[in-house]
Design a protein around this ligand. Structure first.
Ligand code: SAM
Length: 272
């Protein structure tokens, strides 16, 4: 089978499936994505062909491409991904952009709660090397992946802490607390599509708002004066999250939209 035939094995021309085929083929053949078409007549080796067919079968069975290739681009970083981590989503980059636009001190102290692959913490640490960045997760194998990604990108100054939300952070104070916590209701119609990703990364009680509420409340004891909490949430949770922030006494509460025009990130400032 040559590259052109391999690319055409799944999906319509110009479709997202064809793009995924090309990413998988790039991973297996180590031929750059943009060079695949120029090399379209090149024959795959028997080993490459087998790996490709097996990869397509895993994707057809519902696994994200990132689990098959073991990595996912996010921001400017190529991140290791395993079944212990959520696959970082492009919309989460809105949270990174939001933090970068805030007026913050030179030596900002920031913590990313529930860091997964380290996507948010490492992107911000790479953009602002002078910041003191901490990343937490409740699950040790997940935190190990984030540590691996920090080493891979020479972001060795990032601190990693195991534990639930702000509990393991003792009496530390931060200028910014960010999180993309679990926010999907267990009965949400999209859950069957997400079955291969860890449930602890996705599902929260109280219609998906339980962890968001906990972070908003716990954060008050860990914020510096005028510190910010910046949270990702579901497309239909903007109003509820703004209410949680406001009821808890935060100011400057506002919601930003993702690249698809949906409510995605809400932030609030602690005025005390
Ligand atoms: C939606 S994923 C986000 C992962 C990553 N920040 C990202 O944006 O790609 C939520 C993460 O929170 C972690 N988590 C779940 N409950 C937690 C808790 N109580 N304390 C800390 N982390 C938690 C999960 O292990 C998972 O890595």
């Amino acid at each position: 089978m040559n590259i052109l035939e391999a690319l055409a094995l799944r999906g319509e021309a110009e479709s997202y499936e064809r793009q995924e085929n090309a990413w998988l083929l790039e991973h297996i053949t180590k031929i750059d994505f943009f060079d695949l078409i120029m090399k379209k007549e090149q024959q795959l080796t028997a080993e490459q062909e087998l790996a490709y067919i097996e990869g397509l079968a895993r994707i057809a069975a519902g696994e994200p491409l990132a689990y098959v290739t073991g990595s996912q681009p996010f921001w400017t970083l190529d991140l290791k991904v395993t079944p212990d981590t959520l696959v970082p989503r492009p919309d989460t980059e809105v949270l990174v952009e939001t933090v970068l636009k805030l007026e913050l001190p030179e030596d900002t102290r920031l913590v990313d709660l529930g860091t997964g692959t380290g996507a948010i913490a490492l992107s911000l640490a790479s953009e602002r090397p002078q910041w003191a960045v901490t990343a937490t997760d409740i699950y040790e194998p997940t935190l190990e992946v984030a540590k691996y990604n920090a080493e891979k990108h020479d972001l060795n100054h990032v601190q990693f802490v195991l534990g639930s939300w702000l509990k393991p952070l003792g009496r530390q104070f931060f200028d910014v607390i960010v999180s993309n916590p679990p926010y999907i209701d267990a009965d949400d119609e999209h859950m069957p599509d997400l079955a291969t990703e860890p449930e602890r990364a996705l599902v929260a009680d109280k219609q998906g708002l339980a962890d968001i509420e906990m972070i908003i409340l716990q954060a008050k004891k860990h914020l510096a004066v005028n510190g910010w909490v910046v949270l990702e949430h579901g497309y239909d949770q903007g109003e509820a999250v703004r209410q949680l922030f406001t009821q808890a006494g935060y100011k400057q509460v506002r919601t930003l939209k993702d690249y698809g025009g949906n409510d995605r990130v809400t932030l609030g400032q602690w005025p005390h």
